[in-house]
Design a binder for this molecule. Structure first.
Ligand SMILES: C[S@@+](CC[C@H](N)C(=O)[O-])C[C@H]1O[C@@H](n2cnc3c(N)ncnc32)[C@H](O)[C@@H]1O
Length: 188
């Protein structure tokens, strides 16, 4: 057995909570790896809401979803995740949300996630998270601005009330080159 990377572990955790028919959020679609994984996990009776500010990634993701027969259960939204609740039907409950924080490899490195909008979006996800559900953050922070976002995020996560949520930090602490860190917030 090898300990899993933060990215691999994010799917291991999601596997435990996401069921066919669920509604879930991919807050940072990028090239759609998590969107495709989630669309497959929720199946035809579920729904994935995917957000990104970059149209090119959304278009590439749409193509992949169509090719894999997963487009019907997916809504791709070209808007910042900080406007998440505006785009979801009233009274929606989600079993999971995932954020990959940083920039999209192979695209404009100046388009990064930022603490203020990231934290706003996390709070919105926590409002509609069902009991036992998970909000997962995979933080890439090696780029300019990345450590600022990480610092503010850690401060926010430490303050989440433990009676309502438990917060996990999964991190390799002896690796070079700023390996990603996973945080998981579970509603009790
Ligand atoms: C690390 S990448 C995501 C990688 C993606 N999960 C994948 O599988 O390819 C981060 C993404 O967040 C997006 N992003 C930045 N700010 C955003 C915001 N406010 N709302 C939604 N997406 C945002 C970027 O455009 C970028 O595609």
């Amino acid at each position: 057995m090898n300990l899993e990377s933060a990215l691999r572990y994010s799917h291991t955790l999601l596997d435990q909570v996401v069921q066919p028919g669920d509604t879930v959020v991919d807050a940072t679609v990028g090239n759609g790896n998590d969107t495709i994984y989630l669309a497959s996990a929720v199946g035809k009776n579920g729904r994935v809401y995917g957000f990104d500010v970059q149209a090119a990634g959304l278009a590439a993701t749409k193509t992949q979803l169509v090719l894999t027969g997963l487009s019907l259960q997916t809504s791709l939204i070209h808007d910042g995740h900080e406007h998440l609740l505006k785009h979801l039907p009233e009274n929606t409950q989600i079993s999971a949300a995932i954020f990959n924080l940083g920039y999209l490899p192979g695209s404009d490195k100046s388009i990064i996630t930022h603490a203020k909008t990231t934290i706003s979006a996390i709070k919105q996800c926590l409002q509609i998270l069902q009991r036992g559900g998970l909000v997962i953050l995979v933080s890439y922070y090696g780029h300019p601005g990345g450590k600022d976002e990480l610092r503010e995020l850690q401060t926010f996560l430490h303050q989440i009330p433990q009676k309502q949520f438990q917060v996990l930090n999964y991190q390799f602490i002896n690796q070079q080159n700023d390996p990603p860190i996973l945080f998981a917030i579970q509603k009790r």
